[in-house]
Write a protein of this length. Structure first.
Length: 140
């Protein structure tokens, strides 16, 4: 009976020591095969100088709504230091579904219409990848 308790305790100690290592290894395997679902974008829009104040006011109303959306990890509207009439959006969504949800909102459609009317030319969109997340798959 005493031997059985000792063996049980020993088994629990070994299992508890190994369990975190096994779990971490399983998580790494899942991450290796799981695609990076985040959507990270950098968007530049050249704004007509006379429409800048209007767009900034629209952004003041828009940004809190966007940042409160589920799945929005970051959403910034900035301007280039060397060209204050070029607005730069930095956006991170947890997934494509979160971005799609964002684009379906009425306040987003309203803001994008104001932006389109205020900009000069087309927006320049750059899709980005989080390097730390994709580094293991790049080495394969």
């Amino acid at each position: 009976m005493k031997t059985m308790r000792i063996m049980t305790v020993a088994a629990l100690i070994v299992a508890s020591g190994w369990a975190p290592h096994v779990a971490r290894a399983e998580n790494r395997k899942e991450q290796d095969i799981m695609p990076n679902e985040k959507v990270i974008m950098l968007i530049e829009a050249k704004i007509q100088p006379q429409r800048r104040a209007e767009l900034i006011e629209a952004a003041r109303q828009y940004l809190p709504l966007v940042r409160a959306e589920p799945g929005v990890e970051a959403f910034y509207l900035t301007a280039r230091q060397d060209d204050p009439d070029t607005f730069v959006f930095y956006e991170i969504y947890r997934s494509k579904a979160a971005q799609d949800f964002h684009l379906q909102q009425d306040f987003t459609k309203k803001f994008l219409a104001i932006l389109k009317n205020a900009q000069v030319g087309d927006r320049v969109r750059t899709n980005l990848l989080e390097v730390a997340e994709v580094a293991p798959s790049l080495s394969n």
